[in-house]
Write a protein that binds this ligand. Sequence first.
Ligand code: FES
Ligand SMILES: [Fe+2]
Length: 377
Amino acid sequence: MIINQWYVAEEVANITDSPKRVKLLGFDFVLFRDETGAINCLSDVCVHRGASLGAGRVEKGCVECPYHGWTFNGKGDVTKIPSLPEGTKVPARARVDSYPVQEKYGWVWVFLGDLPEAERPQLPAFPEFDDTENWRCIRGEWLWQADYVRVVENGLDFAHAPFVHPSFGDRDRAVIHDFEIEADEWSATAKVTYIPPLPRGIWRYIRKERTPVEAKPSFHCSGATMRLDVWLSPTWRMVIFDVNTPVDENTTITRWIMARSFFRQKIFDGDSRKRTLKIFQQDTVIVEEICPELVPIDLREEFSVKSDGLMNAFRFKRRELVQRGWALDIQALQALEGRRAVVIPSPTRREEQGRNFVLKTAPLLPGDAVPEAVAAE
Ligand code: FES
Ligand SMILES: [Fe+2]
């Protein structure tokens, strides 16, 4: 799992008056609204005696620790220590890490890392979400007992559709013709065509015959986002936009939005939802059984072909991030588990060169130990 990236921590709608404890990358965080209504994200471990701030309450825009009542503002600074006499100065080290937050597409995005603002990646674009005149969106969640990299790759993998999703692809027409990949610093997109099976149900009104369908799968590092654009006809479009949050190494929450440019009335939402969930169900059967559970660091330990190009672009991008020294050292973390609290470093910690922070930061894999990437066969 990689730090210095944006991840989706929660649905905005689920942030209420109480603090919300969430687990991301194997670490606990607390989300709460301050007095301006803005959502804040702090490390959940109280620096006093390690209680969970998420089990406390929100008081005047601060989160109050349930154990001795210390209150923390959105910057992570302690504003009150009730056991000290009135007027006592709060020590500078009485604080926890605070992480940048953005609200977008109805989700709470949290930047887990210490990069200054100018170096942080953008969030992925999703213009259809705001274009409510022309698009109808439905949303939901899906929980996987699987590594989030496997989950994202599954979304980028076109060759599996005819075998895992018979309503999307035809196993007798499974060839993926050559495609180009367009990439930038944080994302990549492919453009492919596929031959769908003969349509059934309401889809017979969209596709009357086996005409090739154009699709654009893409990924963006922020949110470990997978986006799939499908042109069912020149005007009938569908976009699936999934953010994939690693809860821990083997648990992933996919939060998804499905936008459609046709049948935009609410009455068709149920059918869209049913079809979307069926796809997740079909994928889960395969993805949760993949061996090994984690994508190997040395990519030669799996055999790739040309049609795996977009997945490999994602692998190479991730490798680059590992080489920057941003991957958590899971084995070292497991050895610490429950014995010592460590945290993901926040931007303020970097700005102040770690001064006045009590907890140590999480062990990271040395980037120069990563083997070189290999191209597809
Ligand atoms: S453990 Fe949080 S105030 Fe004591
Ligand atoms: Fe799939």
